[in-house]
Design a binder for this molecule. Structure first.
Ligand code: 13P
Length: 249
């Protein structure tokens, strides 16, 4: 039975005092009906993992290098993330694809590194507004999915997050039919590639998920959770989103 996933991406936000939010989220959900994952900045990984060790909360990183070690100043590897006590890593977020020119091949190599280190890889896909306006959303998503997902992907080690670039941090959300169309498409493509086991690969929606719109989004077929940015930074916003996902289960 698939467990839905409420994941928070803190991006480049958070210092040690933000760990209070982590504890508030954990104590608000002692026995959650869904998986809860927080991805703080790398500087907080070790401490966040230690604080969450006795709670149902999991901790993830926001990126990893494709190599296990070496001369890559400023990068961190998947084995290092696992060593810090984290269980997951986001790869291919649009902010990394755009800011750091990451390609589908780069993202795939990072996901393979995550799998090799025993981490859950959350692979992000999403079209820009220009691509949507040009009518090429499904072509873009199909190419990213194919190019970024390794053959080692399965429901235990891989989550796909659909995050339209134009919906991230903007307060704009695709309408329900648009979300359904893309999620159905991703499910079909995964099934064509991986067979019936693909029905258990979790598909997250991300982009301006808030307490006010969470229930509506979680009612959409093939939406198995959310990857939340701004609203995951404090318990007052993230807890109702977790609760909405629990109710949708
Ligand atoms: O990029 C996101 C999560 O990875 C979404 O960010 P917001 O929820 O702030 O729009």
């Amino acid at each position: 039975m698939m467990r839905k996933l409420a994941a928070g991406n803190w991006k480049m936000n958070g210092t040690r005092e933000s760990l209070d939010a982590l504890q508030a989220i954990a104590s608000a959900h002692p026995e959650p009906g869904v998986d809860i994952l927080i991805c703080p900045p790398a500087t907080l990984l070790l401490q966040a993992a230690a604080l969450s060790a006795d709670s149902p909360l999991s901790i993830g990183a926001q990126d990893c290098h494709s190599a296990a070690s070496g001369a890559h100043t400023g990068d961190i590897s998947a084995p290092m993330i696992a060593d810090a006590g984290a269980q997951a890593v986001i790869v291919g977020h649009s902010e990394r694809r755009l800011d750091h020119h990451e390609t589908d091949a780069d993202v795939r190599a990072k996901a393979e590194a995550a799998h090799a280190a025993g981490l859950l890889a959350i692979i992000c896909l999403g079209e820009t507004l220009a691509e949507r306006d040009a009518g090429s959303t499904l072509d873009v998503i199909g190419a990213q999915l194919e190019g970024s997902t390794p053959d080692s992907g399965d429901s235990a080690n891989t989550v796909i997050a659909y995050e339209p670039v134009w919906a991230i941090g903007t307060g704009k959300v695709p309408d329900i039919a648009q979300i359904a169309e893309v999620h159905d498409f991703i499910r079909d493509r995964l099934t064509a590639r991986f067979g019936s086991t693909a029905s258990d690969i979790r598909l997250l929606y991300g982009g301006s998920v808030k307490p006010a719109n969470a229930a509506e989004i979680f009612a959409v077929r093939n939406v198995d959770g959310a990857l939340v940015g701004g609203a995951s930074l404090n318990a007052a916003d993230f807890s109702p989103i977790i609760a909405a996902l629990e109710s949708a289960t």
